[in-house]
Design a protein around this ligand. Structure first.
Ligand code: 5GP
Length: 207
C-alpha cells in the first residue's frame, strides 16, 4: 500500500517588518516544504511578480472565489485589502508529499487552526517597537501613513501571540532562522507524523 502523506501545515504570522518573510524563506529552504501562494486584491508593489508570493486578483474575482468556497481562510487585512489561502495548496501538498507553509495574518491563522487543528503556528516578534519602525522605514515600501498604520496594527497583532504554539523573537536572523527550522524538524519527528513509517520498520522485524 502506498504511504499516505498528510501534509504538516506551518502557519507563520507576525507584524510586517518582523522579518517573517525572510523566516518563511528559511522554512522553504528545508527539502519537502512548499509555499501556499496567497490570493490578494492588493495591487503588486514594484518588483513583485504574479504567482511568486501572491496571486493578484480583482475584488470581483476574489468574491467569486469566496462564493465558490475556494479558500481555506480569508480576511481583510489592515481594513484595506483582502487576502486568502486557496484550499488547493493543501491538495497540492498532499500530492507532492510536501509540507505547506502559510504566511498569513492573525485572523487567517485563527481560521486555519479551526479547520486544521494539528497545524503548527509560529509567531514572529520584533525585538522592540523602535527596531520595527527602523526596519519598516529601511524597507522603503510604504509611505508615512502606511508605516503609522502598520505600527499600530503590529501592537494589536502582537497581543495575539499567546494563541500560537511557538514564538520566535527575531533579534538575529541567523538564530531566528535556526529556530524556525528546528520547529519544523521537531514537528516532523512527532509520533503522529511517523506512524506509517515506523509500522513498516516494525514489520521488517517480523513476528
Ligand atoms: P503585505 O501586503 O505586506 O504583503 O501583507 C500584509 C499582511 O497580510 C501580512 O500580515 C501577511 O501575513 C498577510 N497575509 C498575506 N497573505 C495572506 C493570506 O492568504 N491570508 C491572510 N489572512 N493574511 C495574509
Amino acid at each position: 500500500m502506498a504511504e499516505s502523506h498528510e501534509p504538516l501545515v506551518f502557519i507563520v504570522s507576525g507584524p510586517s517588518g518582523s522579518g517573517k518573510s525572510t523566516l518563511v524563506k528559511k522554512l522553504l529552504e528545508l527539502p519537502g516544504t512548499m509555499l501556499s501562494i496567497s490570493v490578494t486584491t492588493r495591487p503588486p508593489r514594484q518588483g513583485e511578480s504574479d504567482n511568486r508570493w501572491y496571486h493578484f486578483v480583482s475584488q470581483d474575482v476574489f468574491q467569486r472565489m469566496v462564493q465558490n468556497g475556494e479558500f481555506l481562510e480569508y480576511a481583510c487585512v489592515f481594513g484595506k485589502h483582502s487576502y486568502g489561502t486557496p484550499r488547493k495548496w493543501l491538495d497540492e501538498a498532499r500530492t507532492q508529499k510536501k509540507d505547506l507553509v502559510l504566511e498569513i495574518d492573525v485572523q487567517g491563522a485563527r481560521q486555519v487552526r479551526q479547520k486544521v487543528p494539528e497545524s503548527i503556528a509560529i509567531f514572529i516578534v520584533p525585538p522592540s517597537r523602535e527596531e520595527l519602525e527602523t526596519r519598516l522605514r529601511a524597507r522603503g515600501l510604504d509611505g508615512e501613513d502606511e508605516i503609522r498604520r502598520r505600527l499600530e496594527q503590529a501592537r494589536l497583532e502582537m497581543e495575539q501571540y499567546v494563541d500560537y504554539d511557538y514564538v520566535v523573537i527575531n533579534e538575529n536572523l541567523e538564530s531566528a532562522g535556526h529556530a524556525v527550522q528546528a520547529i519544523a524538524h521537531g514537528a516532523r519527528c512527532r509520533t503522529m507524523q511517523n506512524r506509517d513509517r515506523v509500522r513498516k520498520i516494525l514489520e521488517s522485524f517480523g513476528g
